[in-house]
Design a protein around this ligand. Structure first.
Ligand code: CP3
Length: 405
């Protein structure tokens, strides 16, 4: 959840990237700025608006090394197990805290040069296989005029919570690309900087966005959200329907500017029973995923504490299902099924363990992941602010050294 994250400004060691990957990884340039499969080609050059939904016919220029991340998402064999981290760009990095000094969170998201720099920081430092766009799930809401802010240590806080159809209509209009021109500019800048490392665009899913809008801020039990869901289906449908359109529009902007994958964060869906998820939430998540299917980029769908919902979340239509750390990955893979890849799922707090424990637990995830249709290594939720960046650097090297069978 939001609240437990602590800003631990003092404890970060200076960035020193250990380049001690296993020998065979020496082939992979591991300079601070380099990426294993790095190539100066945009993998999805052809993202036509006209093509049908099935996976793109891979418009890779010949000779261009494939992205391990995109390959794993598509269920193809990658050169190595790809890895990136949710919240890799952010407070665990001293260079992030430095750049952000004196700049409020939401303002930082509207400054393209800052967004490019912050998005690039973990890519340079760790050589991860994908970048996650630096923004926030509430940015599109702010962009259409919702009065909200991100309060440090708390999360998004909404001035006038939405609790009626009238509120929906007065506060939530459609998102137009011009509302977030700074996103387009930043994504374009990033595609140039990333030199072939895929950029993941993202959006909050309708339920998670609705929860902030209805509660007015972060919530432990989502009581007001569920109450509205049960008591007032008209408002619920109006709200989630509108949010689905906004989320889809926000994803389209990012992909059309050059993002090569998208992740739909339904972070708080795990508060729902499977029955309620299926009835009140899944149709709207499915609507978002379907609305970007024609863009032919891998779609990742993730939520925290969603072990019981994995089958339903898979069924909502993603190509990759994110699995949180509470679930044994082998079980998660069974629940997701053989048609989709999985992402995950090392417990973020394992990074505070001694190195041998981190490695053993990462190996267990890697071994389980090898049985999936595709496996993107990640944490089971975001990097905690107090995490030692060097531990993440060593983990990336460890994952990259794992032999793909
Ligand atoms: O590497 C990345 O993932 C960076 C991009 C990113 C941010 N937020 C930046 C951010 C992404 C993908 C998000 C998504 C997001 N935002 C989610 C879904 C992911 C998840 O964690 O489940 C959610 C639920 C939010 C809402 C939100 N925004 C929360 C809960 C918080 C933390 C509040 C706090 O201070 O503890 C934010 C603020 C936020 N978003 C920060 C960052 C780097 C921290 C603010 C800061 O640095 O001042």
């Amino acid at each position: 959840m939001s609240a437990p994250q602590k800003d631990d400004k003092s404890a970060e060691p200076t960035p020193v990237k250990p380049d001690a990957a296993k020998p065979e990884k020496a082939t992979k340039p591991k300079a601070p700025d380099a990426k294993p499969e790095k190539a100066a080609k945009p993998e999805k050059a052809a993202k036509s608006e006209t093509a049908a939904k099935p996976k793109a016919p891979d418009a890779k220029p010949e000779g261009a090394p494939a992205s391990a991340f995109l390959a794993a998402c598509r269920g193809e064999k990658p050169s190595h197990v790809p890895v990136w981290f949710m919240r890799q760009a952010g407070r665990s990095l001293p260079e992030y805290r430095k750049v952000r000094q004196g700049v409020p969170m939401l303002e930082s998201c509207t400054r393209p040069e800052m967004v490019v720099e912050i998005t690039m920081q973990p890519v340079r430092r760790y050589g991860v296989d994908a970048a996650i766009f630096y923004s926030d799930i509430v940015v599109p809401l702010k962009a259409i005029g919702v009065d909200l802010d991100i309060v440090p240590g708390t999360g998004p806080v909404v001035e006038n919570p939405i609790r009626s159809v009238k509120d929906v209509e007065s506060q939530l209009r459609d998102l137009e690309p011009d509302d977030v021109s700074y996103v387009t500019e930043a994504v374009r800048g990033l595609v140039g900087e990333l030199k072939g490392t895929p950029l993941i665009g993202f959006s909050g899913a309708p339920f998670t966005l609705a929860s902030y809008l209805i509660e007015g801020g972060p919530s432990r039990d989502h009581r007001l959200t569920k109450e509205l869901m049960y008591r007032d289906p008209d408002t619920w449908d109006a709200l989630l329907g509108r949010l689905a359109k906004i989320a889809a529009a926000f994803l389209r902007v990012q992909v059309q500017a050059g993002a090569q994958a998208v992740q739909l964060f339904d972070s708080w869906a795990g508060s729902l029973s499977r029955d309620d998820y299926e009835r009140y939430v899944k149709p709207y998540a499915a609507e978002v995923l379907d609305a970007v299917a024609d863009l032919e980029v891998p779609r990742i769908h993730f939520g925290v504490g969603t072990g019981e919902l994995l089958g339903e979340m898979a069924d909502a239509g993603a190509d990759v299902v994110g699995v949180d750390w509470r679930v044994d990955l082998a079980d998660g893979i069974k629940r997701v099924g053989s048609k989709r890849a999985v992402q995950g799922n090392l417990d973020p707090t394992v990074l505070f363990a001694p190195d041998d424990i981190i490695k053993a637990k990462a190996d267990a995830v890697l071994k389980a992941g090898s049985k999936a249709r595709g496996h993107v290594f990640n944490l089971g939720h975001g990097v905690l602010p107090a995490t030692d960046p060097d531990a993440l650097a060593r983990l990336v090297d460890h994952v990259h050294a794992y032999e793909v069978r």
